[in-house]
Design a protein around this ligand. Structure first.
Ligand SMILES: [Fe+2]
Length: 339
């Protein structure tokens, strides 16, 4: 089933929103705290258009009242000038060549209006709070955010102790003739196909997940997770298809449970969307699994330069504060990793 847009900004609204975001001229890659503060001022001084505030309030209400957690906004403002980064070193090339920060401002304002603070890691993209889903030649064919390949069902940063509650993706350069889909399975849908006994085993710390190649390259201490459960709380999953496996000393029933979850994922109801430029997709990272499916590439060069801007978000300030001891130099949300 295709994910239906929750709201489509009219062209007039898009222009008005863009005009507001153009006021921000702080570089979020050099001075995130000031960038964030400036965005919060735009909100507190009522410069952010009312329709965008209303949309964000409606998202929060829908989560609370209707238990719907995936939201797609269309026709959002993005940067007019969107450079193609050098695929041998896209992150550093972005620092040099991206001169406007409309997409970043949109994601920051969205995070503040939905009360979902951002999360970043000191050793991932140099501690940036805004990431690119963009192909990096070195990671072709891998399961990382810098790949141009399919991605199996997973949560982001599965192996890491601190994981985002939500992910937000913003279409910056997408080509409609290439059918590349972002898929989502809600955790509750997976649970329908798991017996109570299997669920009980999945709740035990019998499993491990290796860090992805991009994480290992950025931080040599990040090779493999501690032993973890696959299922937590009611329907929170910690799982990366083909990566998460049983720990060496796990009992045989852990392997049976691992097979059961693979089958449940195949059977579970799935949603998907072909992201377009200006699409903002907000989805749970832990209360469900997501993937990338490349169905049909009609122009390989365009597929290679597809670009989404992305943030990791906590569900609320309480969730951010749970990890207060892990943050670098009093920057809430920036996970310290170089000790
Ligand atoms: Fe992902």
């Amino acid at each position: 089933m295709n994910i239906q847009p929750f709201y489509i900004f009219t062209d007039k609204e898009q222009k008005e929103f863009l005009k507001c975001l153009e006021n921000i001229n702080i570089n979020p890659y050099k001075d995130y705290l000031n960038f964030r503060f400036f965005c919060s001022q735009l909100i507190s001084e009522n410069q952010v258009p009312k329709f965008s505030i209303d949309v964000c309030k409606k998202i929060l209400n829908e989560r609370k009242n209707n238990k719907i957690y995936v939201h797609l906004l269309r026709n959002c403002p993005i940067d007019k000038d969107r450079p193609i980064f050098d695929q041998d070193d896209p992150v550093n090339d972005k620092y040099k060549n991206k001169k406007t920060f409309i997409g970043e401002a949109l994601l920051e304002v969205f995070s503040q209006l939905t009360e979902m603070p951002l999360l970043a890691y000191q050793t991932r993209n140099n501690g940036d709070f805004f990431h690119d889903v963009f192909a990096y030649n070195q990671y072709t064919g891998t399961q990382t955010q810098k790949t141009d390949s399919d991605l199996y069902y997973h949560n982001d940063r599965t192996a890491h102790i601190i994981r985002a509650d939500y992910l937000v993706l913003l279409g910056m350069r997408c080509f409609e003739r290439n059918l590349i889909y972002t898929g989502y399975i809600d955790g509750l849908e997976i649970l329908k196909y798991l017996s109570q006994d299997t669920q009980n085993i999945l709740c035990k710390k019998y499993f491990i997940t290796p860090f992805d190649y991009y994480s290992c390259d950025s931080n040599l201490n990040q090779l493999i997770s501690n032993k973890h459960s696959i299922l937590e709380n009611e329907h929170t999953f910690r799982y990366y298809e083909t990566h998460t496996t049983v720990a060496e000393d796990a009992p045989i029933e852990a392997k049976d449970a691992l097979i059961a979850i693979k089958e449940a994922i195949i059977k579970a109801h799935k949603q998907r969307v072909q992201l377009k430029n200006g699409d903002l997709l907000c989805m749970p990272n832990q209360d469900g699994l997501h993937n990338r499916e490349i169905i049909e590439v009609n122009n390989p060069q365009e597929a290679k330069i597809r670009w989404l801007l992305k943030t990791y978000n906590f569900r609320d300030t309480r969730s951010l504060n749970r990890f207060a001891n892990y943050y670098y130099e009093n920057i809430p949300g920036l996970v310290r990793e170089l000790d």
